[in-house]
Design a protein. Sequence first.
Length: 435
Amino acid sequence: MTKENSNKMWGGRFEDKPSDIMEQINASIGIDKRMWRQDIRGSIAHATMLSQQGIISKNEAVEIVNGLNKIAEEIKSGNFEFKASLEDIHMNIESRLREIIGDVAGKLHTARSRNDQVATDFRMWTRGAADELVHLIEELQGALEALAQKHKSDIMPGFTHLQAAQPITLAMHLGAYSQMLERDKGRFIDCRARLNECPLGSAALAGTPYPIDRKFTTEKLGFDRPISNTLDAVSARDFANEFLFCAAQTGLHLSRLAEEIIIWATPQFGFIQLSDAWSTGSSIMPQKKNPDAAELVRGKCGRLNGNLIQMMTIMKGLPLAYNKDLQEDKEPVFDSFDSISLCLQAMKGMLESATFHTDAMLESAEMGYTTATALADWLVMNLGLPFRDAHHVTGAIVKMAENKGCKLDELNLSDMQELNPAITDEIFAVLSVKK
């Protein structure tokens, strides 16, 4: 084979073209074409900087920028042909640029490597993804807070060990998830702040001898500062790990809420009814109405966790600086973004259209002896009993109510006085869940 069969972008020292399998495993365009906006934006900033620094002429920069803008329009309109033979989004765009403006396109890659180019693109994409997820989290928080306001006086049992523990309000229960989401939002904001450093100008790993202006491209691309160590700039993917952790942690919180929705939707609980829009039926059992949207959110949690482990495993043994293993870094990040975005929107839709059966919640709170802790506290505060003694007396009172088949507030005062004669009728103030 001749040199003409090698890759024109990097194949100067190669005589043979890659094998078909090598071409297949080496190509990432099916995944990284998603970063085309970031790649074009980064290239425009780079070309503009090269011109300002006198590394290329102003006319050459104008040709390059105009060509890149034309490529952007082609991609938007669906008229751009992505080629696996050109490996990735960077070389697909540069090859098309050469077709449009000729050899001057080759000057775009002056003072730049695909190593710092992809690191820049990936950080910009992840930054935008974090912003989008913060917005979706806030929308779900808004739905939770609206429901909490609506149900601020509706009583339900609070649970530990999935056993009725103490009476709370539905607003309090929903508010707990809003608090979890607030922390999730904070993690994405922190992740964004840490990743917002610009790798561009690091070239392959050791910088470039050209008189580039990294401050210009940093500001042009919306970064806070250039990354100071060029080895770290091209090889660091801890920002991807952190993003994946944030997504997995958010997914974990949504999975917990999904689990409760699934339980509450059972006839045995009857706390919630999901709308038809967020439920499915059975192919064999006509009576079924399954909370499949909640189950799918719960199931996505495993996918999000897996993406995090995948990325951490890719990184764990990589020496400095860039290694081709890093081609595998984008798919788990893209997938986690898609998955958690879908979950946040599904959860918001489920909750906004759901009906909460507050009568069933109140009945459940009244059946589970959920005021027992309040009873024990009354014995401490009013009779001066040590808490452990009050706990013992309260346990005996609960056992008495069980044997009689009644609620705590349905016991007779004389029955309770058999266990402690100092008990007065004031104790009934704490035995009703509503009180």
